[in-house]
Design a protein around this ligand. Structure first.
Ligand code: NAP
Ligand code: F7E
Length: 338
């Protein structure tokens, strides 16, 4: 039986990856931070099938301990301070968790089980102010946030340990991927949660920031398959994982409202832009400048060509299906809560 250790197991991706590895017959260990109130987050439903090890990416001793207990054959490093906006408020913590934390994990592997295979959760945020469209593995990086900068360190240290020590260490440069389990502060889930509440008469207008930003959005369930595939190859390498499509935040808003039977009409520009419900004339979306970032990533569009050709990876869930799944799940949940 293969053994896997997933850091950040209770996050969005951790939960889908744990499900995938359990299906494949792995023994799954998950690293989780101790909280004042026990909370298994997105893996509540799996808590009897996985083994939780308490630890923190900033505490190397806890990572050595996690390797000793798990004796993992594969380590998936998904733990991170993953919210870009927060990285301006907590730049040091973000660097310690998302940057130095990667070295802590690699050193723990090198000390306890150097032959273990390692996956690093790199990100399209490393492309930031994009130097070419679409972005691929060879595109130069230009991060635009403390998060992007910290992740770039994690990316290069992974490559460096591969080249320095011959470790089987891969980076997946994943573009935005969302799901019904996405954190509520990320724009897609913020939208679907609000649209469900507005539909049920429980919330005033949804306030957003930059609706012109373009993102390459896929479903997390498809993306965790690429993580696993990377660690099954003969050689370690880095891969872009993306859909090859890009959409504005505004398009996501329109589609989410459409799924609950509301057609929106846009009026005004910039910070005065609003969306009204065409049928009632009521304002359903407005702009709040507090949601704009000090530096923005205007467009992300990735080329999944290498992942498709070398890994045989394919996405199954379309953009339209992603929005539909998220809004239907939020509608059901909000109804139950109400
Ligand atoms: P997520 O839902 O925010 O999950 C992050 C996980 O990391 C949570 O379980 C969190 O635990 C844990 N964590 C945070 N700080 C930690 C620390 N100091 N020690 C141990 N665990 C810690 O993020 P996600 O969307 O699943 O993303 C997974 C990974 O992929 C992240 O590294 C993210 O940066 C990267 N990524 C994500 C995307 C995307 O679009 N989703 C794209 C590219 C790359 P708590 O519950 O305790 O906070
Ligand atoms: O923002 C704009 C915002 O916070 C997307 C993380 O998983 O993907 C994610 O990072 C866009 C940005 O995700 C609001 O300015 C407008 O342009 O959903 P987001 P992100 O910053 O792209 C990458 C690949 C990761 O690696 C990260 O871990 O939407 N936007 N109005 C807004 N964003 C938010 N959050 N809230 C708004 O009200």
């Amino acid at each position: 039986m293969k053994k896997a250790l997933i850091t950040g197991i209770n996050g969005q991706d951790g939960s889908y990856l744990a499900e995938l590895l359990l299906e494949k017959g792995y023994k799954v260990y998950g690293l989780m931070r101790r909280k004042s109130k026990v909370d298994f987050g997105n893996v509540k439903h799996l808590k009897n099938d996985i083994e939780i090890i308490y630890g923190d990416m900033t505490d190397p001793i806890s990572l050595i301990n996690a390797m000793k207990i798990s004796q993992a054959d594969e380590v998936y490093n998904l733990a991170a301070q993953s919210f870009v906006a927060t990285s301006w408020e907590q730049p040091i913590a973000t660097a310690e968790i998302d940057g130095i934390g990667v070295t802590n994990m690699l050193e723990a592997i090198r000390t306890i089980k150097p032959e273990a295979r390692f996956y690093q959760a790199s990100t399209s945020e490393m492309f930031g102010l994009v130097q070419e469209i679409p972005q691929k593995e060879t595109t130069p990086f230009y991060p635009r946030s403390p998060y992007g900068v910290a992740k770039l360190y994690g990316h290069w240290i992974t490559k460096n340990y591969r080249e320095s020590y011959g470790m089987f260490a891969c980076s997946g440069i994943l573009f935005n991927h969302e799901s019904e389990r996405r954190g509520k502060e990320f724009v897609t889930r913020k939208i679907t949660d609000a649209v469900a509440r507005i539909k049920l008469g429980l919330q005033d207008p949804l306030e957003l920031g930059n609706m012109d930003a373009k993102r390459d959005w896929g479903h997390a369930k498809d993306y965790v398959k690429a993580m696993w595939l990377m660690l099954q190859q003969d050689e370690a390498d880095d891969y872009v994982v993306a859909t090859g499509e890009t959409h504005k935040v505004r398009e996501f808003v329109e589609l989410a409202f459409k799924h609950v039977g509301i057609e929106v009409q846009w009026q005004g520009e910039g910070v005065d832009e609003i969306a009204i419900d065409k049928a009632t004339g009521k304002t359903v979306v407005s702009v709040n400048p507090k949601f704009f970032r000090p530096a923005e990533v205007d467009i992300l569009l990735g080329s999944p060509k290498k992942a498709e050709e070398k890994l045989g990876w394919e996405r199954e869930i379309s953009f339209e299906e992603l929005v539909k799944r998220m809004i239907l799940s939020d509608l059901e949940r909000v109804k139950e809560e109400a």
